[in-house]
Design a protein around this ligand. Structure first.
Ligand code: URA
Length: 244
């Protein structure tokens, strides 16, 4: 396993800038495999169990954050008019040139990954990776239970594009409203809204709850974020490594 300096491990894991993490070590707030660390220059395994104030942090060459995007902010790095998802970040992340991997509409809430790994962000856009995205959706309209097979067969959008087979799992269905979980494997512009519009309905609430195998951490309030954990990072690696 590769060995790196403890201060590099800590700063690459997002625990702080080099000088901030030095302070953390000096004040005894860092443990390596359960033992309080004393020396920033000590070499540690990139797979070591490293905790800051008792919470495990994970080494990664790149930063990957899971954000629970609130409504009203846009999925961009900067904007003249609107607040962006990057404006929600605090130091050290706000200083790190991060960007969103993919996008959610201004009024859509939920799981958005933020990173500085361009290869990963690029590969999530590749249709050949078939990354599924699951949304909890509420919509107005007159729907029937056969919406399940309509989604399966592929909905035709306003511009004639026929969507790939998608799934919808109905939570509540009334005369003029539906609450459901929708999973798609592509990311066309306003896709879910347009799929529902193609059926004569209108989305009133949309929340992304999963991106591939990464599920939204429901303990994050809107606007809060956290680093991906080891399991989630393994999924990120698998997406990057899959050759198709
Ligand atoms: N589909 C939409 O219509 N909007 C989003 O933000 C995401 C998927």
């Amino acid at each position: 396993m590769p060995l790196i300096r403890l201060d590099k491990f800590l700063s690459d894991s997002g625990a702080g800038t080099r000088s901030e993490v030095k302070k953390l070590v000096k004040t005894g707030r860092v443990t390596v495999n359960g033992i309080t660390a004393k020396d920033c220059s000590a070499k540690v395994d990139t797979c070591a169990n490293v905790c800051v104030n008792g919470t495990e942090v994970y080494y990664s060459k790149y930063i990957y954050l899971m954000l629970n995007k609130p409504a009203g902010v846009i999925s961009a790095t900067k904007d003249k008019k609107d607040k962006t998802v990057i404006d929600l970040l605090r130091p050290p992340y706000s200083k790190m040139q991060l960007f969103p991997a993919g996008r959610l509409d201004k009024d859509t809430v939920g799981l958005l990954l933020i990173t500085n790994d361009g290869d990963f962000a690029h590969s999530t856009l590749s249709p050949s990776k078939h990354i599924s995205k699951t949304y909890y959706a509420e919509a107005e309209g007159h729907f029937t239970p056969d919406i399940v097979s309509v989604f399966e067969e592929g909905i035709t959008l306003d511009d004639g594009y026929v969507c790939k087979s998608a799934s919808i799992s109905i939570d509540t269905l009334t005369e003029d409203r539906i609450k459901a979980y929708i999973t798609v494997t592509e990311g066309k512009y306003h896709q879910i809204k347009r799929m529902i519009e193609a059926l004569g309905g209108k989305i009133t609430y949309l929340k992304r709850i999963a991106f591939g195998e990464i599920k939204l951490d429901e303990s994050l309030e809107g606007g809060e974020y956290r680093s991906l954990n080891a399991e989630e990072l393994a999924y990120v690696s698998s997406v990057k490594e899959s050759s198709i």
